[in-house]
Ligand binder design. Structure first.
Ligand code: GDP
Length: 327
């Protein structure tokens, strides 16, 4: 069933948010759905979430090629974070899918291990988010989880395409998962992965070739392939065997990056950048919609005719469109 076709009943947003703050999983699910589906109550939810409480959750972005072990790693991380006493949210994000709700994403079965745990919230989101796409919907969903008292939000994206890397790159700490013989250092550098990763985890370290992959990645970073300035955080490279729950090195690296970010004022910079990307995406989506309204049969047709006829220059035509949108 296409998610957009679903008819939702009107929510009492205040009551839902109160319930979410008390830890209600159903309320969190409903609020995330409004955000993910861009429902009619989206603005109301967004306003209610802006209650003067600054962002507190640590947002962890995790991406990597399909089959590398992302779902397995997220599940192992959730177990480890829970053991430390953190409340954890997982947002599984699929930029290539038009569907929300999660049934179509492959992580449901594995996350079932946490289904009975009150301190774990798992939701899935797709790209249909008309209003600004995932750059806008992901931070809103994070805010819902924060309201529910979540300390760590893991944003897991399905692959390493441009939009996945972009979404993962908006996190406070970004993890890129690779596996022996899949990516290799050179490939990773080419794909721009080293630039976005704060931590590179070579998963399936129980397999041959893991040491070589780790070495190659470290060499690429030492040669400056991560494109970072001196004094900046250099990506750390760790090994994991997620299938056996062995994610200690990864947890340690995540903690180090978090401490570094906080000590260097980077956590605030990243949060502001995430908000800037979000607001820009919303503003551009709104402008796009308004331009669309000027389209067929409207002012755009009118000025396009004049440009085609040679009576109006294209810059003058664009000015008229912009003026109409502003008016
Ligand atoms: P995703 O597509 O990136 O989410 O990958 P999955 O988490 O679904 O894992 C893909 C496959 O790799 C599954 O069969 C996992 O059991 C397996 N896998 C995950 N982690 C490891 C690991 O550390 N070692 C080995 N040998 N296999 C693993």
């Amino acid at each position: 069933m296409p998610g957009g076709a679903r008819q939702r009943r009107r929510l009492d947003v205040g009551a839902e948010l109160d319930a979410a703050r008390q830890g209600s999983h159903r309320a969190v699910a409903r609020l995330v759905s409004v955000v993910a589906d861009g429902g009619p109550q989206l603005r109301e939810v967004a306003r209610a979430l802006a209650d003067g409480t600054p962002a507190t959750a640590w947002v962890l972005g995790l991406t990597g090629p399909p089959g590398v072990g992302k779902s397995t790693t997220v599940s192992a991380l959730v177990t480890a974070l829970r053991a430390q006493g953190s409340r954890v949210g997982v947002l599984a994000v699929d930029p290539s899918s038009p569907f929300s709700g999660g049934a179509l994403l492959g992580d449901r079965v594995r996350m079932g291990a946490h289904a009975l745990d009150d301190g774990v919230y798992v939701r899935s989101m797709a790209s249909r988010g008309h209003l600004g796409g995932l750059a806008a919907t992901t931070p809103q969903a994070v805010r819902v989880l924060e309201a529910a008292g979540v300390d760590v939000v893991v944003v897991e994206t399905v692959g390493v395409g441009q939009s996945e890397v972009e979404v993962a790159g908006l996190a406070d700490t970004t993890v890129v998962l690779l596996a022996p013989g899949m990516g290799d250092g050179v490939q990773a550098a080419k794909a721009g992965i080293l630039e976005v990763a704060d931590v590179l985890a070579v998963n399936k370290a129980d397999r041959d070739g893991a040491d070589a992959t780790v070495r190659e990645l470290r060499q690429s970073i030492a040669l400056g392939a991560d494109g970072r300035a001196p004094g900046d955080w250099r990506p750390s490279v760790v090994r994991t065997v997620a299938a056996r729950g062995e994610v200690d090195e990864l947890l340690e690296a995540l903690q180090q990056h978090r401490e570094w970010s906080t000590a260097h004022g980077r956590a605030d910079v990243v949060r502001r950048r995430r908000a800037a990307v979000e607001v820009r995406a919303l503003a551009l989506a709104d402008l796009g919609r308004r331009f669309g309204e000027l389209g067929s049969g409207g002012l755009l047709d009118d000025v396009a005719g004049q440009v085609a006829g040679g009576t109006l220059d294209p810059f003058g035509a664009a000015d008229r469109l912009v003026a109409a949108v502003e008016g």
